[in-house]
Design a protein around this ligand. Structure first.
Ligand SMILES: [Zn+2]
Length: 203
């Protein structure tokens, strides 16, 4: 997911999660709207090995190179259910991590459903932004790189990120959730802009 522009925090943020070792991994170019790998469900991860760890390293490098706050594996052309994130919530807490085979939990029945109508952007729809209401709370279950079960929950902008990245792995971009008109507008913004990072050209 692309950076949000209006949130600024002066204090050093509290960090939840572990910062990746940036001596590892290589940034790869980002796939963009129209590339088939973004428009279908990708495969479940079944091998929790060194190759998976190396993929996660590359994903962090790619996300940072593109100045994103979240990245799904199909955004670097890899057909596996993995996402990484380094994303603030609305309380200024910085969340860092990865989830393998994520599944979005149903919104809890005992929680008040509050929609956050913030702006959303995506590294795979470069230079476009659109307002998209989403629940301001989300929880995802899945596994870590060693295959251990994990559950990640978030509020505010981080909840948006968890939903956005999980959607990617099932073949959906945020623009698929917009009205026809807003979707068209986002695609026009993309067509008129130029990404500030390396992308994979579409055929
Ligand atoms: Zn995205």
């Amino acid at each position: 997911m692309a950076e949000q522009d209006q949130h600024e925090h002066d204090e050093t943020p509290k960090v939840v999660g572990e910062q990746p070792d940036l001596s590892k991994g290589t940034a790869r170019p980002i796939t963009v709207y129209g590339n088939p790998v973004l428009h279908r469900e990708v495969k479940d991860v079944t091998a929790f090995d060194g190759e998976l760890s190396a993929l996660i390293d590359d994903m962090f490098q790619s996300m940072y190179a593109a100045e994103g706050v979240g990245l799904a594996a199909n955004q670097i052309g890899v057909d596996l259910k993995v996402f990484v994130y380094d994303c603030p919530d609305d309380e200024g807490v910085r969340h860092i991590g990865h989830v393998i085979n994520p599944v979005l939990e149903e919104f809890p029945k005992d929680r008040k459903r509050v929609l956050d109508d913030g702006n959303e952007g995506c590294l795979s729809v470069p230079t476009a932004y659109a307002e998209l209401p989403r629940p301001d709370y989300a929880a995802v279950t899945g596994q870590d790189k060693d295959g251990n079960p994990v559950r990640v929950e978030g509020t505010g902008f981080f909840a948006r990120c968890l939903q956005h990245e999980t959607d990617h792995l099932y073949g959906f971009l945020y623009i698929d959730k917009l009205s026809k008109r807003d979707r068209k507008d986002a695609l026009r913004q993309m067509a008129e802009g130029t990404a500030r990072y390396a992308t994979v050209p579409n055929e």
